[in-house]
Design a protein around this ligand. Structure first.
Ligand code: C2E
Ligand code: CA
Ligand code: CA
Ligand code: CA
Length: 278
């Protein structure tokens, strides 16, 4: 028993060390990732259900590690948050996304907005509004072509949050509530905060054709959003059946593999922009 216990502990301990090592390694590599140009932004189209046009794109961060290959944002963004690197990385994503959209507008006349995710820390950083304003000026992108995605959990400090959102809105930037329905905050913030769009989380869409509760929740979110004069977009739409349900319930837009995965800049260009080039 004793030996089992010890082995159990050693097993746990080495697993733990490995995990810590992995994290420290990633942290060091992440510090150099920006200067080594290992970060890039992919763009996932958002589609109007009514006319099947691309009405926007979401900027999604990618890290191509020289040895490990593609590291998903779910792995390294938490590390960037913990270590404070998210400030620099978040600003880089904003600048890159705004630069790219401005270039697509001027070269191809492609006038769609880009949505950029903010992390919790970034949202609460000093002078967020000033730094976004600076990036818009630097890249020449008009504020109405930038949308900021926030989550319910960032809104804990309601007074401060609504102040930040108001300042962003006054600049002409749009706000959308990401992962809607997965957070803990009360619905009253929808009334308090200037939010133009709800993004229904993928977890509600996933089983929508099989699960009656999910269908009820999604139909209710769509109706509520419209009653509050907000647009609503469904995330993670993968099938025709999901799309049909959303269409029948009046959802405005969709984003998901059914239409397109997130694409590299050059894939966006070859898929949507090259015909207009000549
Ligand atoms: P999110 O903001 O909810 O982004 C949507 C995620 O769902 C993306 O994963 C996207 O690739 C994925 N997705 C889209 N359509 C489908 C679908 O039909 N099926 C499935 N299974 N997945 C779909 P990704 O790119 O791995 O990003 C994961 C999360 O990392 C994002 O979730 C967001 O929270 C975070 N993230 C990504 N880029 C950034 C960034 O620049 N800044 C910050 N702070 N967070 C970011
Ligand atoms: Ca998002
Ligand atoms: Ca989301
Ligand atoms: Ca999510």
């Amino acid at each position: 028993v004793k030996r089992n216990g010890k082995n159990g502990f050693q097993f746990y301990s080495s697993q733990f060390d490995e995990h810590v090592m992995e994290k420290i390694e990633l942290e060091g590599a992440l510090r150099k990732a920006v200067e080594r140009n290992e970060l890039l932004v992919h763009y996932q189209p958002q589609i109007s259900i009514q006319n099947e046009q691309v009405i926007g794109v979401e900027a999604l961060l990618r890290w191509i590690h020289p040895e490990k290959g593609l590291i998903p944002p779910g792995t390294f963004i938490p590390i960037a948050e913990e270590t404070g690197m998210i400030g620099e990385i978040g600003a880089w994503v904003l600048r890159e996304a705004c630069r790219q959209m401005q270039q697509w507008q001027s070269r191809y006349g492609w006038n769609v907005p880009v949505s950029v995710n903010l992390s919790t820390q970034q949202f609460h950083q000093e002078n967020l509004v000033g730094s976004i304003k600076g990036i818009l000026e630097e890249t020449g992108l008009k504020p109405e072509y930038l949308e900021i995605e926030i989550t319910e959990s960032m809104m804990m400090d309601a007074i401060r949050s609504s102040q930040i959102l108001r300042e962003l809105t006054e600049l002409g930037i749009r706000i959308s509530m990401d992962d809607f329905g997965t957070g803990y905050s009360s619905l009253s913030y929808l009334k308090m905060f200037p939010i133009q769009k709800l993004k229904i989380d993928r977890s509600f869409i996933k089983d929508i054709t099989r699960n009656e509760d999910d269908r009820a929740i999604v139909a209710t979110i769509i109706a509520m959003a419209h009653n509050l004069k907000m647009d609503v977009i469904a995330e993670g739409v993968e099938t025709k059946e999901q799309l049909d349900f959303l269409m029948n319930n009046g959802c405005d837009d969709i984003q998901g593999y059914y239409f397109s995965k997130p694409l590299s800049s050059s894939d966006v260009e070859s898929k949507y922009l090259t015909i207009m080039d000549e």
